[in-house]
Design a protein around this ligand. Structure first.
Ligand code: UD1
Ligand code: UDP
Length: 385
């Protein structure tokens, strides 16, 4: 084998952000021929990431449609990718995390008898219906994968419990920390210009919420809590909420929060803007997985707008608390963070359970080891608590 042919397949914003540093690392390695296939399960929100990281896909299935169903995504990815795999004949396909793109891509690679590497493997809530359908996607991908890149020791443990062979599981850290190391810097000027006019000496709350299981009443509760906070604290706080393009999210959020002077609803931000905004925030409220990993590295407290999390490391370290999706608990914890300095300071400490910025390099080294280019794999990532 002259060069290892690696195809990365992804389709949504978080996959792109987390695969980007790995793609850049592979691009610079002379032993690897790296290609990229996007499904475009997301369109605008994916293209935003590709632009920031200067990645031009080799293949684009362009599948997104308004209010798409899980069946739409799964069937289009499955059939579209099979043609790409037959043409490109990669030695290994890399998929990321837990989206429906990732599951369908793994299934298609399996049908085509191509080896599969799973980046961000082993996260679990052990509740198949939460997050839905991501928990099922993760477990199904683990069954199909040949090589598992687990961000943390707990993730590796989950894979071992599912009987994934131990000698093909590597603890690498999360590539999101690699990405974060390239985006945040002092005196940052936002590409989304209105953010440059905010008074960052106030207590800034950054919010994202969009998950499928939160659509409907839970998202309504979240928005009601934000409205109450904005009205009770008035000029002392600014709430900034980049709103996901899903019409079901847009409708609820805009109906409740549009027009409140200290609530700023923005379009989805490019990742540099979002990371720097988080860096200026007082605290974060989110149902996102990625933000739960990024905020601890920045030393920002996070209230998770969900009833459970597959990311227990940051809860253990104290930066993240589960606030759930009921208004009284969300308000109680938010007010405590705003009013009680001791409580705030306990949560606001930088910790890096999710990586040290070298996850991509480890993954590349482990892949080259698996295919006989190297005699030893990379050393595991260790969290220095
Ligand atoms: C998907 C993933 C979820 C991930 C999230 C990240 C699945 C089942 N869900 O959920 O795991 O956390 O992405 O954001 O894989 N839309 C646009 N433009 C875009 C993106 C989305 O208009 O660039 C709208 C479309 O109407 C689309 C809808 O949002 O139909 C929902 O997108 P979809 O990918 O199905 O679900 P997400 O909730 O984004
Ligand atoms: N993000 C972004 N712009 C935004 C909101 C989020 O770039 O307006 C980034 C964020 O920094 C994180 C990722 O997108 O890296 C999280 O994606 P998302 O919340 O869509 O998905 P999840 O992490 O829940 O799977």
């Amino acid at each position: 084998m002259n060069k290892l042919k690696i195809m990365s397949v992804f389709g949504t914003r978080p996959e792109a952000i987390k695969m980007a540093p790995l793609i850049l690392e592979m691009r610079n390695n002379p032993r690897i021929e790296s290609t990229v296939c996007i499904t475009a399960q997301h369109r605008q929100m994916l293209d935003q990431v590709l632009n920031i990281f200067n990645i031009t896909p080799d293949y684009d299935l362009d599948i997104m449609q308004k209010s798409q169903t899980l069946e739409d995504i799964t069937s289009k990815v499955l059939t579209g990718l099979s043609d790409v795999f037959k043409k490109a004949q990669p030695d290994v396909v890399l998929v990321h995390g837990d989206t429906t793109t990732s599951f369908a891509a793994a299934l298609s690679a399996f049908y085509n008898k191509i080896k599969i590497g799973h980046v961000e493997a082993g996260l679990r809530t052990h509740n198949l219906y939460s997050p839905f359908p991501e928990e099922a996607n993760r477990q199904l991908i683990s069954i199909l994968s040949n090589f598992n890149f687990a961000p943390t020791p707990a993730n590796k443990h989950n894979l071992l419990m599912q009987a994934c062979p131990a000698n093909h599981i590597y603890i690498t850290g999360n590539t999101v920390i690699d990405a974060l190391k390239t985006t945040v810097y002092p005196n940052y000027s936002f590409d989304y210009k209105p953010l440059n006019d905010i008074d960052y000496t106030k207590q800034i709350i950054v919010v994202t919420a969009h998950r499928r299981e939160n659509l409907g009443q839970p998202l309504q509760n979240i928005c009601d809590s934000l409205k109450t906070l904005a009205e009770s604290y008035g000029n002392d706080i600014e709430i900034i909420y980049p709103v996901h393009l899903n019409p079901a999210v847009q409708n609820t959020v805009r109906a409740t929060l549009e027009g409140i002077p200290n609530v700023h609803l923005t379009p989805p931000l490019n990742v540099s803007d979002l990371h720097n905004l988080m860096n200026k925030a007082y605290f974060i409220m989110t149902d996102s997985g990625g933000l739960q990993e990024e905020a601890p590295a920045l030393g920002k407290p996070v209230l998770v707008l969900r009833t459970e999390t597959e990311r227990p490391e940051a809860v253990e370290s104290g930066t993240v608390q589960l606030a759930g999706v009921e208004t009284p608990k969300i308000l109680e914890l938010s007010k405590k963070l705003l009013d009680n300095a001791a409580f705030y300071n306990k949560m606001a400490k930088a910790t890096n359970p999710y990586g040290d910025g070298f996850a991509s390099r480890r993954i590349v080294d482990c892949l080259l080891y698996e295919f006989g280019f190297y005699s030893t794999p990379a050393e595991d990532f260790v969290w220095n608590k």
